[in-house]
Design a protein around this ligand. Structure first.
Ligand SMILES: C[S@@+](CC[C@H](N)C(=O)[O-])C[C@H]1O[C@@H](n2cnc3c(N)ncnc32)[C@H](O)[C@@H]1O
Length: 343
């Protein structure tokens, strides 16, 4: 599972890191693929939020209550033994003692989501070892059921919340980016070992920390106009064992030499939690001029904003070429990632 809109990007990371990965299908926020890779490799993916072992995929599911019987018999076939082996492997030998079913439904069906969940539970009771207990919350092993139109997927969750929240992010700020989205921005920047990466509006530092955890680099530079944000970025980086240079600055007039960065990767104020739409007109104009000054001629600029129209107009007017635009959902609102070069 990944953030909606980032599915193809997540699959490009999967393909780069797991050479045998074969795509089965994309769905909203999901990539279904086959691999022989060990589960630890999957849990190390940075643009992915959760990893599941697919138990069953049912297509051509009817809309009426007969579908419940189909779900029941598919669940009876689920390879829970392999799911438990994989779970144990990624949980360093611990045995799962409890299980539960989480069900999600998209679209209208002739039965209720809870009845679909109960049907799966009834079947899985016969499949799980009798030593394991069914619980309502906080289960060791979660089996997720997704129902969308005539398709159903049943998956055993191998990851837990630390995969998407990471362990270093002790301190948050409003409008702070999810680490997986920060990793996606960096992935799009086409990292190279000699990158000098700049985040001029660093907030809690997520983007540069994720850059360090994604690929080798030469130098990381981050700053923000709020001193408390810089202090938080510094502490989060220390918790992640990442060394970067942090400064309090105004991103419209950076204390940096011309052409000194090879990558600028940043999350602009959306004009909602931080700044306003009116302020963004002037801010974005000033920022693109300064980014143009400090970025090396062959450098790559990766930006994220929900003010896509405003930003795209400004960067094109200033002579930048938009190589790629990825539309995604950030904090519940549509936003775009722009990958741009100087023309
Ligand atoms: C969307 S947030 C960045 C969030 C960050 N990526 C994170 O994960 O925490 C935008 C940041 O830009 C900063 N900012 C706004 N105007 C600025 C300016 N002129 N110079 C430097 N920083 C600025 C804000 O203080 C805020 O932290």
């Amino acid at each position: 599972m990944t953030m909606p809109g980032l599915e193809t990007l997540a699959f490009s990371e999967i393909r780069a890191k797991l050479a045998d990965a074969q795509l089965v299908k994309f769905a909203r926020g999901m990539v279904l693929f086959q691999t022989e890779a060990v589960p630890e490799k999957l849990l190390a993916l940075r643009t992915v939020e959760d990893v599941f072992f697919m138990l069953e995929r049912i297509t051509g599911l009817g809309h009426g209550p007969d579908a419940l019987r189909v779900l029941h018999s598919a669940s009876l076939r689920a390879d829970i033994a392999t799911a438990l082996l994989l779970w144990r492997r990624v949980h360093t030998g611990k045995r799962a003692k409890t299980w539960r079913v989480v069900s999600q439904m998209v679209g209208t069906h002739g039965y209720r989501r809870v009845d679909a969940g109960l049907s799966v539970i009834d079947a899985l009771r016969r499949v799980f070892p009798s030593t394991m207990h069914l619980v309502e919350d906080d289960a060791d092993l979660e089996v997720w059921l997704w129902l969308s139109g005539s398709e159903a997927l049943l998956g055993a969750r191998l990851s837990n919340a630390t995969m998407r929240h990471r362990t270093y992010k002790h301190e948050h700020l409003p409008a702070s980016l999810r680490p997986t989205a920060a990793a996606a921005l960096n992935w799009l920047s086409q990292p190279t070992d000699d990158d000098v990466v700049l985040d001029p509006l660093c907030g809690a530092g997520t983007i540069l920390i994720e850059r360090a955890l994604l690929a080798p680099y030469e130098q990381l530079l981050g700053g923000d106009k709020r001193r408390e944000a810089v202090a938080i970025a510094e502490r989060n980086a220390t918790a992640a064992h990442v060394s970067a240079t942090w400064q309090t600055w105004d991103a419209r007039a950076l204390p940096l030499d011309a052409a000194s960065s090879t990558r600028i990767v940043t999350n602009l104020p959306f004009g909602k939690q931080i700044g306003t739409h009116a302020e963004n007109h002037a801010l974005y104009q000033a920022l693109i001029k300064e980014f143009g000054r400090v970025l090396a001629p062959k450098g790559v600029l990766v930006t994220l904003t929900s003010e896509d129209r405003l930003w795209e107009t400004i960067i094109r007017e200033q002579g930048w070429l938009v190589q790629k635009k990825v539309v995604c959902v950030i904090l519940g609102q549509p936003a775009s990632i722009f990958v741009a070069h100087r023309s």
